[in-house]
Design a binder for this molecule. Structure first.
Ligand code: PLP
Length: 440
């Protein structure tokens, strides 16, 4: 076994320690005399023994850093922590969540291929699939994730290469029916990709429920403090790529000394190819400094997620009784149809920190409400420690047609709230005064 595959094989071992310990200590174990805190290796380049070693590195015959575009020790520590948190066999960190979803898809879908996607995915993922990838010959059929299995079967084609959905759809907030999607993925023998951004591995670990690849915008809850763009793709090592549909993984890659990814990397073939080809050619790597900050954020993920969830539930309960509010969607709220899936697939019975509500009145009411907020702020973001609000129809989803907006679960009266970890009483008082200001 090469050093590289030994490292990957070790990463595939099931986690033996608690998530809180992984959040704090995962990915980096200093030796005596080394920095206790993960250092920032702010270097583009690395020192080599000799030309022979460089040759081995470039032929993927030896593990090691060549150039920061394809690997860096600070970034590797973050990748390793996220791999352990999700229970995967390897990960590649990227410059943004958008870059992560692009890698996850284009690592296995080529021109002429087809994708099945939940119509409720984040707006950026939707436009990537609906508008941009078709220009490169990759087509997507969007499906209602709540449709019956027998109706979803019709979306698959002989050239379908993957099915993709989000654990918690942003911003529709539907919880993915993992059993249904995993069953379809197995039936049509395609990998199942899950964007786990809103749930985070603290609340849900999709590999347990049949996912094969997990992506995150680490910009959100992983960082948690709105400082750093980032993304990650994590390989579950649980898909058989040798079924004849993915020749790029099973035949020699002439751009890497005829490496056969399956032969060389085994269960970690997908992620090894993603790093080797995608980071080299597309270059959307994560900077070491952002990796440091995202890693620092992850150190408190296990403390923040319960608090985000408690505060969101308290605000959802308050809003659902408010006379200026038409409706509230929060998967943890009593009466929400997704509550059973929270119990089935989520840990700690917590539903994360994002909720949506419909404000009574015209768009003028929404404008007045947002302008009156003092604790919460209007921000194009979720997952921050600070409470944030957004009007999706005029911002993140404004590129979609009204029909596409509706199929993504966006209505013109919708306000999306990313509930922070301030004191719940202060958040509620702020929303109350801002809602009252509408009629003034
Ligand atoms: N996936 C989800 C679920 C998101 O909410 C977002 C951004 O909001 C992305 C992917 C894209 O991530 P980024 O903004 O880091 O590119």
């Amino acid at each position: 076994m090469s050093k590289y595959s030994e490292r990957k094989a070790r990463a595939a071992e099931p986690p033996t320690r608690g998530k809180g310990t992984i959040c704090i200590q995962g990915g980096y174990t200093p030796k005596v005399g080394e920095a206790r805190v993960l250092p920032i290796f702010q270097s583009t380049t690395y020192k080599y023994e000799d030309l022979d070693q460089v040759e081995r590195l470039f032929a993927l015959k030896e593990a090691g850093n060549k150039y920061t575009r394809t690997g860096n020790p600070t970034v590797a520590a973050l990748e390793s922590k996220l791999t352990e948190l999700e229970g995967g066999v390897g990960a590649v960190a990227l410059a943004s969540g958008q870059a992560a979803n692009l890698l996850a898809i284009t690592n296995i879908a080529n021109a002429g291929d087809h994708i099945v996607a939940a119509s409720t995915v984040y707006g950026g993922t939707y436009t990537l699939l609906a508008r941009t990838l078709p220009r490169y010959g990759i087509e997507t059929t969007f499906v209602d994730p709540e449709a019956k299995t027998k109706d979803l079967r019709g979306a698959f084609r002989p050239n379908t290469k993957l099915i993709i959905g989000e654990t918690i759809g942003n911003p529709g907030l539907g919880i993915l029916d993992f059993d249904k999607f995993a069953t379809l993925a197995r039936e049509f023998d395609v990998p199942f990709i899950v964007d786990n951004t809103l749930a985070t591995p603290y609340l849900c670990t999709p590999f347990q429920f049949g996912a094969n690849i997990i992506t995150h915008s680490t910009t959100k809850y992983a960082d948690g403090h709105a400082t750093s763009l980032g993304g990650v793709v994590i390989d579950g090592g649980n898909y058989d790529w040798t079924n004849g549909k993915f020749p790029d993984l099973t035949r020699p890659d002439e751009t890497y000394a005829n490496t056969n990814y399956i032969e060389k990397f085994g269960r970690a073939a997908y992620i090894a190819k993603g790093r080797a080809q995608y980071l080299r050619d597309f270059g959307a790597c994560l900077s070491p400094f952002n990796a440091f900050l995202i890693n620092l954020g992850l150190e408190t993920l296990h403390l923040r997620m319960p608090r985000h969830s408690e505060n969101a539930l308290a605000l959802a309960e308050f809003l659902s009784q408010h006379p200026k509010v038409n409706w509230v969607v929060y998967p943890g709220l009593k009466g929400n149809p997704n509550r059973a899936r929270i119990r089935k697939y989520f840990l700690h019975n917590a539903a994360s920190g994002v909720l949506t509500f419909g404000i009574k009145g015209n768009s003028q009411a929404a404008r007045k409400f947002v302008a009156a907020l003092k604790v919460a702020a209007l921000v194009v973001h979720i997952g921050d420690a600070r409470t944030s609000v957004l009007h999706p129809a005029t911002s993140t989803h404004s590129q979609l047609s009204p029909k596409q907006q509706l199929s993504a679960g966006i209505t013109p009266d919708m306000i999306r709230v990313s509930v922070g970890i301030e004191d719940a009483a202060d958040i509620i008082a702020d929303f109350d005064q801002a809602l009252r200001s509408i009629s003034r």
